[in-house]
Design a binder for this molecule. Structure first.
Ligand code: THU
Length: 132
């Protein structure tokens, strides 16, 4: 069911620009339209402008007019290595997901094409701030 985004996240990770942390992340976001948007982490010498893989995938999709989101696959590990732990989205990325996603959204943490785990979004950002 999630094979396409799992494999797209692994591909996107290859383009990670991470000369400071040497931690490479890839993400692939499946939209209600059926389209997939990918992202990788992009770092900066000034550190703060660094963009996570998940956020880049969301921002590309939102800019393209997407507003319905089904699932995101994420894989992260030290550059040049294959992940051996399930990498999870950071808190800032979870807040960006909250902006656009409801309880049906799924986060898939990927180790390789055959090894991944699915999490219900509400389970990884419970009791979240929902706006004023
Ligand atoms: N990173 C992501 O791309 N996604 C996350 O959810 C966690 C962290 C990136 C940011 C930075 O480039 C590197 O991983 C180390 O924190």
């Amino acid at each position: 069911m999630y094979e396409d985004i799992v494999s797209e996240s692994l591909k996107a990770r290859r383009n990670s620009y991470c000369p400071y942390s040497h931690f490479a992340v890839g993400a692939a976001l499946l939209c209600g339209s059926g389209k997939i948007y990918t992202g990788c982490n992009i770092e900066s010498a000034a550190f703060t402008p660094t963009c996570c893989a998940e956020r880049l995938a969301f921002y590309k999709a939102v800019e393209a007019g997407e507003r319905e989101f089904t699932a995101i696959a994420v894989c992260g590990a030290p550059e040049g290595t294959v992940s051996d732990v399930f990498c999870m989205p950071c808190g800032v990325c979870r807040e960006v997901m909250r902006e656009f996603c409801g309880s049906g959204f799924t986060v898939i943490s990927v180790i390789d094409e055959k090894t991944y785990k699915a999490f219900a979004f509400d389970d990884i950002l419970p009791n979240s701030f929902k706006g004023l």
